[in-house]
Design a protein around this ligand. Structure first.
Ligand SMILES: Nc1nc2c(c(=O)[nH]1)N[C@H]1C(S)=C(S)[C@@H](COP(=O)(O)O)O[C@H]1N2
Ligand SMILES: [Mo]
Length: 263
């Protein structure tokens, strides 16, 4: 994003500025919203209206571009209402072996001590007691076979089991009118999601993978499995869950990935 802005600023031709801004805007939109725009006809005037910026001059291009990602979050929030279900698959379609991905190599995945582990609850919840792994395992579980889509260009079908996250949030007396739920992980990873996604019926506090206790590489002891979102919105090795009205971004989101990250 920064390089493109520099490129825009270094050109003196205003038509070139507009064209470059338009290309950047299209690149910034995720596939579903891009499709929507193409259907409705993407015009620069439309973009200017939506961002509230006149993008015909240099100074306002930066402001307009800065607003695109937030705008994209709102479009996606509207496109992917909390009732839209992700496709589910037959067990025979599970991808074996299921890929590992993280910002480090598989051998460096955190080695969390399951006995000492305590899940911490922070922010807007009535019951902020810590959870042992055993207490989590005792809760009613469901499982589902869904597709994980990574923004890096691969997807794979897997089977995750665990507690519907909405059930868990209700159980701890979370403020369901709060804007966000954010996650801190054992490996310095972090992300946050909107409350509608947290309450989505397919969003799981996942404790198992393919019928086994969640393996270390896939996020032991616990991850959030959100089949309506891209891979980077699915935090592994969760240590702290916070219910909050404060926006807190995410590991990849803070480096430019779209925050909503719908799939
Ligand atoms: N804690 C943690 N969670 C994470 C990541 C990470 O590096 N650390 N990477 C994310 C990304 S980009 C992807 S694609 C998935 C990969 O999950 P998998 O290893 O189960 O395939 O985890 C997501 N959650
Ligand atoms: Mo990813």
């Amino acid at each position: 994003m920064k390089n493109t802005i520099k490129k825009i600023f270094s050109t003196s031709d205003s038509e070139a500025i507009v064209q470059e801004a338009k290309k950047q805007i299209i690149r910034e939109l995720d596939v579903p919203s891009r499709r929507l725009f193409l259907q409705r006809g993407l015009t620069l005037g439309g973009i200017a209206m939506l961002t509230g910026c006149d993008i015909s001059d240099n100074a306002s291009v930066e402001t307009a571009l800065g607003k695109i990602s937030g705008f994209n979050d709102r479009v996606q929030g509207w496109l992917f209402g909390s009732t839209r279900l992700a496709p589910v698959y037959a067990e025979s379609m599970i991808t074996r072996p299921f890929p590992f991905n993280a910002f480090y190599a598989e051998d460096d995945a955190p080695d969390v001590d399951g006995l000492a582990y305590r899940l911490k609850i922070a922010g807007l919840a009535l019951d902020k007691r810590e959870w042992s792994l055993l207490a989590l395992y005792k809760m009613a579980q469901v499982s589902q076979v869904t597709r994980h889509i990574c923004v890096e260009g691969w997807s794979a079908i897997g089977k995750w089991g665990g507690v519907p996250f909405g059930d868990f949030l209700r159980l701890i007396g979370a403020d369901l009118t709060a804007e966000y739920v954010s996650f801190k992980c054992a490996d310095e990873y972090y992300t946050s999601i909107d409350m509608a996604t947290a309450l989505h019926p397919q969003t799981l506090l996942a404790l198992t993978y393919d019928g086994q206790i969640l393996p270390r590489k896939y996020g032991f002891p616990m991850k959030l499995r959100i089949p309506t979102k891209l891979g980077y919105k699915n935090p592994k090795h969760i240590e702290v869950i916070e219910i909050t009205n404060k926006f807190s971004g995410g590991y990849w989101e803070d480096q430019g990935y779209n925050w909503f990250g719908g799939s």
